[in-house]
Design a protein around this ligand. Structure first.
Ligand SMILES: *Cc1c(COP(=O)(O)O)cnc(C)c1O
Length: 506
């Protein structure tokens, strides 16, 4: 395949030996190696040493300097208890609950704790928010016969897991706009989006991008009046908002006790502080939960009964979540809630005092997004990264400007002044540097690129040529990548991201 002349110019750029990683650091294009199965078995000690080497460039999972992806209580003993329980349950297969009754008992306890905190109902333990949402969408789809192709009304700030569920389950998404100032889903827009084919209305508590809680009672009421189920995505907030409320925050009602709410997702691997692979989806009605289940006797093998998307799976995550809940208890979570609330308040106050920055909306939760009309937030994020902090950039979408997202957790409070200092310094540096400079015509070039005509190697070279500082400082230059993505429509961003994934795994 011969790229167009314009691409050749870019491909010929010097220094194109690295591709950017989404987490911000440039990543060497891995050399093609033969399969790495060793001829002879190796000892555990040697393997652990190799894992330590492999993890050298990973972001730290503890300590609070990474303000996304990881949730640290600041109490190592809690994470150690979870790891031990995870290990204890590791080889148990949840596939057959009659073979391993421990799974049923543990799951009933974990789901029961979530239901107790979030308005009752019955539920399923799943591998994460995406799977919880997948099951909620399947249950809604299968509980309602509609004349046409099933549709759901989804606020533009809702998590992509709904788009993924729609894609996998043959459901159409009707986007619901949000208020441009509060970023909360518009009840009028939701009402207008409901058709005779609508099987689900979605609300977030809170939505991830700005950390604000949608008007759940209104949205659920509108759905109920039309006989449509309503799912509350409390993946990030379900195990956070109740503790913040108890610590003194004003949190509107959002759970299954709200009339019209028929299902709710709550991730324990976020503010439950459990090891990854832990979420719960609750249903108001056991009949709706049964619509999430799957059974098959249509083969000559063992009968299959699955509560989740996965079939064979380790009970490790269930053990880890169970142990974390017990290791912290009500008191532990409330204390973490207090610290989180104090840190979130201090962060918002501190951000307001930094020239050029402003917090987006009025978040009830511990997720804080800030933007700027004066400086390039992507450059700010790169500057923070140089100072040892990971602040998550968010692209502009649906009229919401590009911004930086910080997830405040239990461990944030002890480092919040340092975080503010770094943000202030990074903002000053970003102002001095000015916005990311894109090679002229690059956005138009990428927008017009026929990706199907580029193989992964050519794409890697192209990405490398725009992804790193060609001056050779070795610092990640994600600002350029983010600026290019930011200038593209969502569909083009998605194409590029998929190619990016294909390249880093080649
Ligand atoms: C994290 C998150 C999800 C998806 O959860 P995963 O566990 O990453 O699959 C869904 N909704 C919201 C609001 C989230 O924050």
């Amino acid at each position: 395949m011969i790229p167009s002349p314009a691409i050749c110019v870019i491909l010929a750029s010097p220094g194109a030996r690295r591709v950017p990683s989404l987490s911000g650091s440039p990543r060497a294009v891995p050399p093609r190696r033969p399969m790495s199965l060793p001829e002879k078995g190796r000892g555990a000690e040697e393997l652990l040493a190799e894992i330590a080497r492999l993890r050298q460039d990973d972001l730290p999972v503890r300590g609070g300097k990474v303000t996304a992806y990881v949730y640290d209580t600041g109490r190592p003993e809690v994470h150690e208890a979870a790891a031990a329980a995870y290990f204890e349950m590791l080889e148990v297969n949840t596939l057959d609950p009659t073979a391993f009754p421990s799974v049923v008992e543990m799951e009933k306890q974990v789901v029961g704790a979530v239901a107790e905190l979030l308005g009752g109902g019955c539920g399923i333990f799943t591998s994460g928010g995406t799977e919880s949402i997948m099951l909620a969408v399947k249950a809604a789809r299968d509980s309602r016969r509609v004349p046409g192709r099933p549709r759901m009304a989804v606020p533009v700030t809702a998590h992509p897991a709904f788009h993924k569920a729609a894609h996998y389950l043959g459901v159409e998404v009707d986007p619901v706009e949000v208020d441009p100032v509060t970023f909360r889903a518009s009840p009028e827009a939701a009402e207008a989006a409901i058709t005779k084919d609508t099987v689900l209305v979605v609300a977030s508590a809170p939505s991830y991008p700005q950390g604000v809680v949608d008007p759940v009672a209104e949205l659920a009421g509108i759905a109920a009046a039309r006989g449509v189920p309503c799912h509350v995505d409390a993946c990030v907030g379900g195990w956070l908002l109740p503790w913040l409320r108890e610590a003194g925050a004003r949190i509107p009602p959002f759970d299954l006790s709200v009339p019209g709410v028929t299902s709710l997702s709550c991730d324990l691997h976020k503010f439950g502080y459990s090891p990854k692979g832990a979420s719960v989806v609750l249903f108001a009605d056991p009949a709706l939960r049964r619509r999430a289940y799957f059974a098959s006797a249509s083969w000559p093998g063992y009968t299959v009964i699955n509560a989740t998307v996965q079939s064979s799976k380790s009970a490790g995550p269930l053990g880890g979540a169970w142990a974390t809940l017990h290791a912290l208890g009500r008191e532990g979570y409330l204390e973490l809630g207090r610290a989180t609330l104090a840190a979130a308040r201090r962060l918002r106050e501190g951000l307001a005092a930094i020239p050029g920055l402003r917090v987006l909306g009025d978040p009830e939760s511990a997720l804080v997004a800030f933007g700027s009309d004066e400086l390039d937030v992507f450059v700010l994020s790169d500057e923070a990264r140089k100072r040892g902090w990971f602040l998550q950039p968010q692209l502009s979408y649906a009229g919401i400007p590009a911004n930086i997202h910080v997830t405040v957790t239990g461990v944030t409070l002890r480092g919040v002044e340092a975080m503010l200092e770094v943000i202030a310094e990074s903002a000053r540096a970003a102002r001095e540097r000015g916005p990311a400079r894109l090679p002229e015509g690059l956005v138009e070039l990428v927008a017009g690129l026929d990706l199907d005509a580029l193989d992964d190697a050519a794409f890697a070279e192209l990405a490398a040529s725009v992804g790193v500082d060609l001056g050779g400082s070795g610092q990640p230059e994600m600002a350029v990548v983010n600026a290019v993505l930011d200038a593209l429509p969502a569909s083009k961003r998605e194409e590029i991201l998929i190619r990016f994934l294909s390249v880093i795994y080649s």
